[in-house]
Design a protein around this ligand. Sequence first.
Ligand code: FUB
Ligand code: ZN
Length: 640
Amino acid sequence: MPRISSAASPLGPVRLGPAARAALRPATTAVDAGFWHTRREVNARVSLPQGPELLESAGNLHNLRVAAGAVEGGFQGAYPFVDTDVYKWLEAASWQLAQQPHAELESAVDRIIDLVAAAQQQDGYLNTWFQVREGGTRYQDLRWGHELYCAGHLIQAAVAHRRATGRPELLDVAVKFADHLGLVFGPPGSGRPIDGIDGHPEIETALVELYRETGDRRHLDLAGYFVDRHGHGLLGGEAYCQDRVPVREATDVEGHAVRQLYLLAAVADLATETDDPELRSAAERLWVAMTAAKTHLTGGLGAHHDKEDFGDPYELPNERAYCETCAAIASVQWSWRMALLTGEARYSDLIERTLYNGFLAGVSLDGERWLYVNPLQVRDGHTDPGGDQSARRTRWFRCACCPPNVMRLLASLEHYLASGDEQGLQLHQFTTGRHSHNGMSVRAETDYPWHGTIALTVEDTPDRPWTLSLRIPQWCREFRVQVGELSYDETDAPVEDSWLRLERAWAPGDSVVLELALEPRLTAADPRVDAVRGCAAIERGPLVYCLEQVDVPGGGLDDIVLDPTRPLAVKHRPDLLGGVTTVVAAGYRRNLAEDGSWWPYRAAGPEAAPAGDLVELTAIPYHAWANRQDGSMRVWLPTS
Ligand code: FUB
Ligand code: ZN
């Protein structure tokens, strides 16, 4: 059984170039116990090893064999981007191999890389949909064809494989493809045959990373070209694929959520590598627009279930929310780049919220079943559409973009947790393990998010003072910190812009204990979020809670009204859902039968106190829902 070692993490998915103008650089982190370690262990032991078999049965590997001429047959799969399932799995497996040798996983990776290399055409082109199904036509359908999107995921997998193993095989394939793209795509007057962009961004951020890996500036320039050609009508001017307005002029996030977020990850990358102030301010502006009015409480993104896109400001429905797991992942990727670029803690606040809620709900506790969409409500009497948009966990999808995306984020998660700069070390997230940067290293022990105590011990230190910075989460109202003999709380601690800054001439063995108060709380939304007016959500620390039908015996969940005047109690439940902390609230069950009405409307006016008996409500962490039985669920609870 593979176990995640405590070995220092290797270079991760974002490795800033030497000229990057970032405030922070990723630190080296090893996560070796605790909440995320457990989830990563399931990823390593269950999810990842199942990948090759699932890719085989879904036809992805068959397509590569056909493209390579190794077997005969038609294309299998419903979408032109199924190659990316393979690439994301390769990326995930590579990050995993960097943690811990695993012979079986490694041989599957080698075998699949051989297939990918064999399928590549002489000039570098590679896309099984077009090679096998479309008779070899290329770049005829940039809006839907996903050729460059697939190339982007191939490049990311190749960079991961190279960084994780030091081996060149997949990187060679990726470089050959990128070189080919550089000969084909370019602005008018460049002498290249196509002035075009892909309907699904991804190539942009991937090319920046390829530049970081190889030092070849042509890849960075091509990324910049692709980013800046958005918004000029090359794809018909549609907002859906971020072609309505150039990114430098955009004032709001729009269109397909994953597309928008991958593009913005590239904008942050380019701003970092080229020190472009216009791109930086576009990224900052759009991030604020998104978080202010288009982000669900869970960190989920995308309002529309059907088109997978952002809606209007404050249009944040619950049961028809889209909140694709991939959108949560893309949001983490973008926010991490922003955190490094700016050094601001707010980006890691969103990462935390997203990781613990909108992202983690995407995979079952056993690591075998997935959610593509992550609604905040499933109604009583819900008729599930099944398929990819099901609110029930599914073994795999026809459009299987999310599962291997979850695998790659979990396998590389340690990369998103801490950073360093000349002044010191910054802990963005709280996990058990070791963080180090430039001779400074700190060991963290915590049972977060269940408990709020984070015990830190300095292990290595240079012979000069430096600053240990701890992010005080945006949700946190009270904390205490003990630094040796000194003790502070939220009224007098040295906090600047949500960073608790502890500057000392540290010595090995010095300790810091941070205690974040994890009182459960009720959260209300801006009144413009019509979908949840009159409702409250239960939160505790970084966790959003929900009620599930299975915990509310005796009738419909939609008849429950929360009593916000009654206290919330915390109950640790080692027996439940692998061990979770529940929040126990009180409410009423509305007695609809006594209403006796066939009409769901009434004269407007003050609400009567809800009829019905007081009931105890056990709320579980949202990320753990849909792991027991099918049923209704809701995050936002009516309070009147
Ligand atoms: O189009 C490729 C992927 O499929 C998108 O990122 C997901 O939203 C899904 O539509
Ligand atoms: Zn997805």
